[in-house]
Design a protein around this ligand. Sequence first.
Ligand SMILES: [Zn+2]
Length: 302
Amino acid sequence: MTKKLLFAFLFATRVTRLVAWINRKKVTILCYHSVTKQAGPIPNDIHKLHLGVDSFRDQIDYLQANYQIISLSQFIDARRANLKLPANAAILTFDDGVRNFLTVVAPLLSERKIPATSFIVTGENYTRDNSAANGIWDPEDDENHLTWTDVRHLAELGLEFGSHTCSHLSLPDIPAAEIRNELEGSLNALKSNLDRNSFPLCYPHGRTTESISRLSQEIGYSCGLTSLLGQNDVDADMFALRRTVIASDDDLPTFAARVSGFTRWCNRLTELIVNRVSAEHKTSAVSYEPLLPDKCAPNKTF
Ligand SMILES: [Zn+2]
């Protein structure tokens, strides 16, 4: 609650806007999971992944008023061609291929011509075609996954797709051969279902290592997204991109503080203090970089 009061104060006094202006040359990649039409909190949503549609609409209104929403492919193309991106560029991404991307998110974004990328788990258990793409929202869409029929339909509307691997296993925790299978299998599935050759990758649970990032590049992905908190500088490693994870209970001032980069500053400060204390007590040093989060969940430290 104290944090929310602080964010409300920063929002009312336009300090959040000032922070966003200072960070205007960085690219913010937002990470969502599920946008639901259900009223009130979803039971057992311990990771705060199911955001209400009214809050989502308010967030999109705020982004449209204060940021330039670009597509992930626009960002990748600009980096490849060394082109300048607009100030305050923001990218929308959705992890896990939750089916309400079709029935809740897509209608709202398509109406406003806003680009977004959905990262789907391509294994058969996740994408089996067991329902028609009728586009009528059902509460089960908060738990079900997009089918290939849904994905092809949404791609025709201009929405983008990427890989969240075949099985959503934490890549650093499985054998090398299995990592390669997860990455290659998923890329091949996307290529055979969608009329594109290049696809981005989002590491399951946001977790990667230097060797996994390089393997992803070698296999042919266009970039790799983590759940490391933060924005991306012009020289950010395209296979270790940072994101801003949005929690389902974020009010608008909290959302604005996250997107501006303010919460990342707070985390950096906390890390510096922890490191200083560790050094003074001659304990092992703590990395300035946050540890890779264990879940596809909002960073709980701020
Ligand atoms: Zn995930």
